[in-house]
Design a protein around this ligand. Structure first.
Ligand SMILES: Nc1nc2c([nH]c(=O)n2[C@H]2C[C@H](O)[C@@H](COP(=O)(O)OP(=O)(O)OP(=O)(O)O)O2)c(=O)[nH]1
Length: 130
């Protein structure tokens, strides 16, 4: 089980997503918990690493926890994404490992990983994602 914390950032009915160099599938920003870290610790650290902005810890709101086959891993490897909405400070600036930052809608569901498809379904049902 891969344990990840992810940032659900919705603006104008679109969700902030990233694509790493050499990949064709978009990911919701976030990453793996390191030992002893809280959800918020992981979220703040990973989002600073990926996008050079500071998540406002006090604003984090749990959106849901979703799990599915981990993209790019052998069959049977599961990724669990604990998802939070949160405000941030700074200017979104992709790190060198990120090729593209993009705002996706539900129409892009076919271009995201299996766990993100579950998240897209949830957000669309809640009328948060266009
Ligand atoms: N961040 C993120 N990871 C995702 C998403 N969807 C999805 O299947 N994953 C998967 C991809 C990998 O199969 C799995 C774990 O990735 P990995 O173990 O290769 O992660 P990594 O070394 O790059 O670690 P990290 O930077 O994310 O902490 O997480 C997503 O939307 N966002």
């Amino acid at each position: 089980m891969i344990d990840k914390v992810a940032w659900i950032r919705l603006e104008n009915g679109r969700i902030l997503s990233t694509r790493s160099h050499g990949k064709s599938v978009y990911y919701i920003p976030g990453g793996k918990r390191e030992s002893g870290e809280s959800d918020t610790d992981t979220l703040v650290r990973e989002i600073r690493e990926e996008l050079d902005v500071t998540i406002t810890s006090a604003s984090t709101t749990h959106v849901g926890t979703f799990q599915a086959q981990a993209h790019g891993h052998p069959n049977g490897t599961t990724v669990r994404m604990t998802c939070y909405a949160a405000d941030y400070e700074g200017t979104l600036t992709p790190s060198s490992e990120i090729a593209e930052v993009i705002w996706l809608t539900y129409q892009d569901r076919g271009s995201v990983s299996p766990v993100d498809q579950l998240i897209f379904d949830h957000l669309h049902e809640q009328a948060l994602l266009d």
